[in-house]
Design a protein around this ligand. Structure first.
Ligand SMILES: [Zn+2]
Length: 697
């Protein structure tokens, strides 16, 4: 589930998690210099090291100042074919595919020979998923008990108790529940907010632009209800859509949900009861596993109040049909082929434009990743992550932090008082490279090779109980979790955990083309260097800046500095509002503001770090490219991505990240060094006069 909230993880690479394809193109590996330290050159290398730039990916007929994405990646883009079972192709998808193939070997080995308890869990769960014959013969039988429980519900009180089991089952809840550090104290607390809707985003229900999707969703609900023999599937589908449309009307938009101050509303359970009297909150919280918890934090406050009211006025018949549909929808991937196909036809084909269901083993690996990600990651790190890469990455991060400190010190719009606070926050920022210091303990979880459905339920219940056990307890600084458990060491992405002033670079992203210890320094600064810069800047973006060095919500800005920042951020948001991705479809500048601030600042910090790494030495010209040109090409080529239009539409609606094609070129327009590096002139399409270039960090 991807909930976009201030507490949630901020991703650097963005977009739906890539579920790759085979590698079609590799950025040339090369001997090089990283951090000014000469590395051993490969045997074939003579003289100057190659650049690390994929020269053939470029379309040199395009002027860099007209369209940098096309210039850097045009040839690749025009030839790239998205595999029929994928939403996208590109650098992230290719590395993810490579990682998935490596995970498959680890998992299949575990299934053959489990010489420790975690391998037994991994092997057992995978085997249960791969037993297609057994799954087929059971058909809808595993669902029977859960659907029976919904059918037996006779009143709203019973419905509430049933809904409380949602986090530990296939069921749905009208409210999202997350256990995370409290905004103003370093202990874990329950966040209660609006739930993710069936179509994902309120816009899908309310905007006429998504009418086709909404109709397809209604048909999908009807088909799903028919699969389990539910009465009047068409009529019930229409009622479920109406119910969810009413919820959409009172739900917060993605942009509103990003406001971390508005989304922090701590209150006692007694106060919640007075605010939203339609639900017996004590009963609900006790039933879901937060027994006796005296207080909670309301996230989307007005939405929770309004949804409670809708619940009060809904008939039990609608609520039961709604719960039945979502239970089947959530469980379908683990049932027989007719359920799998029905689920994929909507979630894969209609929503993302993907024609072909991925092979069973791919789905099996993804399942282990979701359910036992930390155990799997531990094995992955042992097999595929070198201590040397970790060491080099840590050096590079130190280098970037240093560059960020220099940038803060030299800002012309910020007072010394705010600068001191910013520097203190930067100094206190914690970093994980590769994997956590402490691993998650899976003991107590039981897996049965012959019971896939039960395995998933037990796994969800185990996850939720482990999270509830941390309620009221201080956050564990050595582990990733509990709410970052889904970040695994093999994830091809990087993260900022704002509430812990923590940034994470999993082992999965520390490989080419993101990070290549053999490649030219400029390439690495433009690729992984800008990723590091991006994550650091998240601590100082339009929301991160509201959090202090200890991860608490506290305003450490002078009013004048805050005003200067807001004005600059507003300018950047307006710039991004102007970018059109598909005909008539624009980026939402405010929804993506934090990411765009992080991209712009991250690239600037990476450039500074590259320049200081050169010392007094002039950057070498490699493949006819200057050092700065290679930094910008390293940045662009790491964004190599081609996505299906439907997936792109969903990203624009749901995601806080702008599409890769925009992220590649948009920040460059605000960077003076880019104009110099590529001789960008006023006659070029992407030229901005210096006065219009946004300068934040
Ligand atoms: Zn980010």
């Amino acid at each position: 589930m991807s909930i976009v909230s201030w507490r949630n993880i901020e991703k650097a690479v963005g977009a739906p998690r890539a579920r790759g394809s085979q590698v079609t193109r590799r950025i040339a590996r090369a001997a090089a210099v990283l951090l000014g330290v000469a590395l051993a050159a490969p045997a074939l290398s003579q003289g100057a090291p190659p650049s690390g730039v994929d020269l053939s990916a470029r379309d040199t007929r395009v002027r860099p100042g007209d369209d940098f994405f096309r210039y850097a990646l045009g040839n690749w883009y025009s030839q790239a074919q998205i595999p029929p079972d994928q939403t996208e192709i590109g650098a992230n998808a290719e590395v993810s595919a490579k990682v998935r193939a490596q995970l498959r070997v680890i998992i299949e080995d575990s299934a053959r020979q489990a010489d420790n308890p975690e391998k037994a869990l991994i092997g057992g769960l995978f085997s249960s998923f791969m037993d297609a014959a057994l799954i087929e013969s059971l058909d809808a039988a595993p669902l029977r008990a859960d659907l029976g429980r919904i059918a037996q519900v006779a009143n709203k009180e019973q419905f509430l108790t049933l809904m409380a089991s949602a986090p530990a089952s296939f069921g749905a809840s009208l409210f999202s529940l997350r256990i995370e550090p409290d905004g103003k104290s370093p202990t874990n607390v329950l966040y209660l907010g609006q739930a993710e809707l069936g179509l994902g985003n309120p816009d899908y229900y309310l905007s006429t632009a998504f009418n086709t999707q909404k109709t397809a969703y209604r048909d999908y609900i009807a088909r799903t209800l028919r699969l389990v023999g539910y009465a009047a599937p068409e009529a019930n589908a229409a009622k479920i859509i109406d119910f969810e449309t009413d919820i959409a009307k009172v739900s917060w938009s993605q942009t509103q949900r990003r406001d971390i101050v508005a989304a922090y509303n701590p209150m006692t359970v007694t106060a919640l009861q007075a605010l939203a009297p339609g639900i017996s909150w004590r009963r609900y919280l006790d039933a879901l596993g937060a027994r006796g918890t005296p207080s909670i934090v309301l996230a989307e406050k007005s939405a929770v109040v309004a949804i409670t009211d809708l619940y009060t006025h809904s008939t039990l018949a609608v609520l039961k049909a709604w719960q039945t549909f979502h239970t089947v929808d959530n469980a379908s991937r683990f049932l027989s082929q007719r359920f799998v196909n029905n689920h994929f036809a909507f979630h894969g084909t209609v929503q993302m434009g993907v024609a072909e269901l991925p092979a069973r083993w791919k789905r099996g690996v993804d399942l282990i990743d979701d359910s036992l990600g930390q155990a799997l990651g531990r094995l992955y790190v042992t097999a595929h992550f070198s201590p040397d890469v970790k060491k080099r990455m840590e050096l590079m991060i130190a280098d970037l932090r240093h560059a960020m400190a220099r940038r803060i010190e030299s800002l012309d719009w910020m007072s010394d008082m705010t600068k001191q606070q910013a520097l203190a926050k930067l100094a206190a920022m914690r970093v994980f490279v590769g994997y956590p210091e402490a691993w998650r303990d899976y003991s107590g979880l039981s897996i049965d090779r012959k019971d896939l459905y039960g395995n998933i339920k037990r796994s969800m219940a185990f996850d939720w109980a482990s999270q509830c056990a941390t309620l009221g307890r201080p956050i564990d600084k050595g582990a990733w979790g509990p709410f970052d458990w889904k970040i695994t060491p093999h994830t091809v992405d990087a993260f900022d955990i704002a509430s812990e002033n923590l940034i994470i670079f999993p082992a999965g992203i520390l490989q080419p083309p993101f990070f290549d210890p053999q490649a030219d320094a400029a390439h690495n600064y433009g690729a992984i260097g800008a990723v590091i810069g991006h994550e650091i800047i998240h601590g100082f973006d339009d929301q991160g800046r509201k959090i202090d060095a200890s991860g608490q919500l506290r305003d450490w800005w002078t009013p004048a500095d805050a005003m200067h920042f807001e004005r600059r951020a507003e300018q950047l948001a307006n710039q991004f509002d102007g970018y059109e991705v598909l005909p008539g479809l624009h980026v939402n500048g405010r929804q993506t503001l934090g990411e765009n601030i992080a991209d712009l600042g991250g690239l600037l910090v990476a450039l500074d770090a590259y320049h200081s790494s050169l010392g007094a030495v002039q950057a070498p010209v490699l493949d006819g490219l200057s050092g700065d040109q290679r930094v910008f090409l390293g940045w662009a080529q790491r964004w190599r991505k081609k996505m299906r239009d439907d997936a792109q539409r969903k990203q624009i609606a749901m995601d806080t990240h702008a599409p890769a094609v925009i992220r590649t070129s948009a920040p460059l327009r605000d960077i003076d060094d880019w104009y110099t590096a590529f001789d960008v002139r006023p006659s070029d399409k992407n030229y901005l006069p210096p006065a219009q270039r946004v300068r934040i960090w």
